[in-house]
Write a protein that binds this ligand. Structure first.
Ligand code: ADP
Ligand code: MG
Length: 703
């Protein structure tokens, strides 16, 4: 049933063919309904007027005055030509200046009349001016809908080019409202509206565009956010219902010789309480008859690998194979080395497979895998390949899962006729509200406890100009028998430059730390596998004291004697990456350090990231902060990027409470009507339908 909301936007008064085209291209607005759901990103208080005489250097960024035009003049030549309009409000005078669009302004301004002027005040030698302010006749404003608050819509250069700046869009919305008011039908069942004290949809839409008061604006936002988040939660939780009602999960009831052999005789230390709890959770998951789908979060160094190993041994005890997929070759080999050592003599067969495994060795592994002789296979993306065939794959572990794409992970699920149990692990902690939204169909375990005896890492921020201080510190640490990482950023778009940074850095380091006293390893992604492995080995065995590397060492490398992590151009790394890198040290009993080197000049956001690193070691706090910093960067943009769900109004960073309410509401609704087939839930089924195919649980997008 088509409604006025489905009308083509070009038919809205003030739009027409040309602007319609720009609206579609720039904002995806094609219908009346699209525009109706294009919300302001902030509001200006149009009731608050400043007196010109009171405006000083500490005035807000944007202000508004009510003043009478006393005259105007053109000044300057050529491109510097400008229109100056003089205004006065009795308390003082100001200039309004336009460099472009002057003809249009000139026509609209009449000397002697009173205007509301809104803009950014600039004070120069005691003279107040506004460049390109918004102006309205006092009478015109009085006739606008809405209370004192006026919406500001985000716009683009192309839109401004067709007179659709923020104010132009606002005017279109005014026209739109005249057409659609009275035609807006409720999209939530009356029971939900009543139970959660929501504004009716029509009221909410009116107040989001034309707030009658601060309070009504707040209620309008709440209603619209709640609806959006409810739709997402219904979609996510329905997927979960589907998974947990299918009874095709493998059974791992037996705790046998492999698990016990390791646990009783080989485990080199006591498990932490958190590790024990997670192992129990996994054991419980694997005897329900449903497929396990568990996310294991634990800060770097919290001992996730061990938990994964025990889960794999459990699979082996029950006649199933297990595999562990990791993002890099270095990490695969390291896990293989440490796991083989840990299960020595237990009787379990382990192998490693990567892109650089030689053909003969690979053929042997594949054969043993297909015949069922091999219990545990560790590897990189190479595990995904078609020719890698298991006899009976029962468990897939994915380490540092944010490094894999959705598709890569999904391919592993098809390596058995029934889907194997899945354990994905991440050291990039995900704030709770985000986890609930993005990974709502996974169960989440958290290791919130580090192995005993770790000293918190001390983090310092030094500027490039303080480099001599850094070298002095490194010499003293090396003199005490410690080892050092020096890491350079690697950002795909400018690989050439990145490698230049790395090699320049390597040269400087070789000069400052010369042979024979000092030895350096260099490792980066472009090296052949053997050289990489050789560099790693030399460092691990203590033959080299300094490891110069790109961020390939970010994940998982474990050298307990390394106590210093120097991160070069730290301002170019994201917060979660910085935290990951820092986690490479602090693994032994010695005091460890992380030193963030940066340019002397920093953007405000980069400074906030580095300050946060210095302040805290808590990965969860850092990831909350990361979300806030990035969330803040999105305000004013035309969309919130970084999530699979395109959120129109809610923010996962700022609306944590609303996420929780929506989650609970969705749980209650689905508990009573899992497939939303009851007639009173028809609107909810539609709401859910808007989100079902979106928001694939892609961990990659927030890493
Ligand atoms: P993650 O993968 O979570 O970053 P790892 O599994 O690499 O952490 O563990 C970090 C280090 O801590 C490893 O050297 C590991 O052997 C050690 N470790 C793990 N669990 C414990 C424990 N319960 N007690 C002492 N050391 C532990
Ligand atoms: Mg790890």
């Amino acid at each position: 049933m088509a409604t006025v909301l489905d009308y083509d936007i070009k038919f809205l008064p003030g739009v027409g063919e040309k602007r319609a085209g720009v609206l579609a291209r720039e904002l995806g607005i094609r219908t009346f309904g699209d525009l109706l759901y294009y919300f302001p990103f902030r509001y200006v208080d149009r009731t608050k007027l400043f007196r010109i005489g009171d405006i000083g250097p500490d005035a807000p960024a944007y202000i508004q005055v009510r003043a009478r035009v006393t005259g105007m003049a053109y000044e300057g030549e050529g491109r510097k030509r400008r229109l100056r309009v003089f205004v006065s409000d009795g308390s003082g005078t100001a200039d309004l200046v336009w460099f472009s669009g002057t003809k249009w302004i000139e026509k609209r301004i009449e000397a002697g009349r009173e205007y509301i002027v809104f803009g950014r005040p600039a004070l120069f030698r005691g003279e107040l001016s506004f460049v390109h302010p918004e102006i309205d006749l006092v009478e015109a404003l009085v006739n606008r809908p809405g209370g004192g608050l006026q919406g500001v819509y985000s716009t683009t250069e192309k839109l401004s080019g067709v007179q659709l700046g923020s104010k132009g869009i606002y005017k279109l919305v005014c026209n739109l409202w005249e057409q659609v008011q009275g035609h807006i039908t409720e999209t939530l069942p009356p029971s939900v509206v009543a139970a959660h004290g929501l504004l009716p949809l029509g009221e909410a839409l009116r107040n989001i565009h034309f707030p009658q008061s601060q309070e009504l604006l707040r209620q309008a936002e709440y209603r619209l956010k709640f609806e959006e988040l409810l739709g997402i939660q219904l979609a996510i939780l329905s997927r979960r219902v589907t998974r947990t009602t299918a009874a095709d999960g493998f059974f791992f009831p037996r705790v046998g010789e492999f698990f016990n052999g390791f646990y009783r005789t080989k485990l080199p230390f006591e498990l932490t309480g958190a590790q024990k709890r997670v192992v129990k959770e996994i054991r419980a998951d694997t005897v329900t008859g449903h497929q396990m789908n568990r996310l294991l979060q634990g800060d770097v160094g919290s001992g996730k690998t061990l938990v994964a190993l025990m889960a794999m041994l459990l699979a082996a005890d029950n006649g199933f194979q297990a595999c562990m997929m990791v993002p890099t070759e270095i990490l695969a080999r390291q896990h293989f080395a440490s796991i083989t050592k840990m299960v020595e003599g237990v009787g379990v067969r382990v192998a490693v497979l990567t892109g650089s495994t030689k053909k003969r060795e690979r053929d042997g592994i594949l054969e043993e895998l297909a015949s069922g002789g091999l219990h545990i296979l560790i590897g990189t993306h190479a595990l995904i390949e078609e020719r890698v065939k298991f006899d009976n794959l029962g468990l897939v572990v994915i380490d540092e899962q944010h490094r894999f794409g959705v598709e890569q992970r999904a391919r592993m699920w098809t390596k058995n006729s029934r889907p194997p149990h899945v354990l994905v692990m991440t050291a990039t902690p995900i704030p709770r509200t985000l986890a609930m939204t993005l990974y709502g169909d996974l169960d989440v375990s958290v290791i919130d406890e580090l192995p005993p005896g770790r000293k918190p890492i001390l983090t310092r921020h030094l500027y490039d100009s303080q480099r001599m201080k850094l070298f002095g510190f490194l010499r003293s640490e090396i003199a005490r028998g410690r080892q050092v990482y020096v890491v350079y950023p690697l950002i795909k778009e400018s690989e050439k430059m990145d490698y230049k940074d790395l090699y320049d850095g390597f040269e400087t380091m070789s000069r400052e730390f010369p042979l024979p006293q000092y030895r350096l390893s260099v490792v980066h992604g472009k090296l052949p596998a053997e050289e990489k492995e050789e560099g790693m080995r030399a460092f691990r065995e203590g033959t080299t004291q300094i490891m110069v590397a790109t961020s390939v060492i970010e994940v998982g490398v474990d050298v307990p004697n390394a106590t210093v992590m120097v991160i070069e151009s730290a301002e170019r790394f994201g917060l979660s990456q910085l935290h990951q890198l820092r986690g490479r040290v602090g693994r032994g009993g010695e005091q460890s350090y992380c030193i963030l080197m940066s340019d002397d000049r920093l953007s405000r956001e980069a400074r906030a990231r580095l300050d946060a690193m210095v302040e805290t070691n808590d990965g969860f706090r850092l990831s909350e902060l990361d979300l806030k910093l990035r969330g803040a960067g999105d305000i004013g943009g035309t969309q919130q990027s970084g999530t699979a769900f395109e959120l129109k109004i809610a923010s996962l960073a700022k609306d944590a409470a609303v996420v929780e309410y929506a989650r609970r509401a969705a749980e209650e609704i689905l508990a009573a009507d899992p497939s939303l087939t009851l007639p009173e839930n028809a609107l909810l089924a539609r709401l859910k339908g808007r989100y079902v195919n979106r928001g694939e649980t892609d961990f990659g997008m927030i890493s």
